[in-house]
Design a protein around this ligand. Structure first.
Ligand code: NI
Length: 191
């Protein structure tokens, strides 16, 4: 188990576009170690996802997992998902406002418009092709993690900076309303 330090906003490497994992490296021990470190670090920090640039590795790899997450009590569970070289394509025009936080942006949350549905094409670490459609609030998590691979943070996508909120203020003033909207999304999309 190797829990790595999380790179925080302001560090230039977090803003760089990560490079594709070469096909020859699919199935490699190095890639397996990177994925293990990502999963360990995500779980240790109670994140809903983590991208390689957040542990200082400029490769297009991210992991997502939600298991009754205390940081995001309203988020539906998502089994551990590992994406190598993911490509995201919006499905339809519908957007929703997602109240996002990020391990690389400690202390702040903000409202970010996200696509309600996305197609995700990627590889597993072993090189299998993955192709799935993700809907609802979980689609927001996918978009957030894949943004990291382009050096984009949720802060860049906050449409109205007046929505920025500390975690305590979010819990006190915004969580109930947002959790209601998330429940409606989960009812419609199942995720
Ligand atoms: Ni993040």
């Amino acid at each position: 188990m190797s829990v790595r330090d999380i790179v925080e906003v302001g560090v230039p490497s977090l803003r760089e576009r990560a490079t594709r994992v070469p096909t020859a490296d699919l199935g490699s021990e190095d890639l397996a170690t990177l994925v293990e470190d990502l999963v360990d670090s995500m779980r240790a920090a109670q994140g809903a996802g983590l991208a390689a640039p957040q542990i200082g590795v400029g490769l297009r790899v991210c992991v997502i997992e939600v298991r009754d997450n205390p940081r995001y009590p309203y988020k539906p569970n998502v089994p551990l998902t590992i994406l190598v070289n993911p490509v995201i394509t919006p499905l339809g025009d519908e957007m929703f406002d997602n109240f996002e936080g990020c391990l690389s942006v400690p202390g702040l949350r903000g409202l970010v418009p996200r696509h309600a549905g996305v197609r995700v094409e990627a590889f597993s670490p072993q090189g299998e092709r993955l192709d799935s459609e993700i809907w609802g609030v979980t689609a927001g998590t996918y978009q957030h993690e894949c943004d990291h691979l382009d050096g984009v943070l949720f802060l860049d996508r906050v449409r109205d900076t007046r929505s920025l909120s500390t975690w305590d203020a979010f819990r006190e003033h915004h969580e109930a309303d947002f959790a209601r909207r998330v429940r409606a999304l989960v009812e419609r999309f199942g995720s």
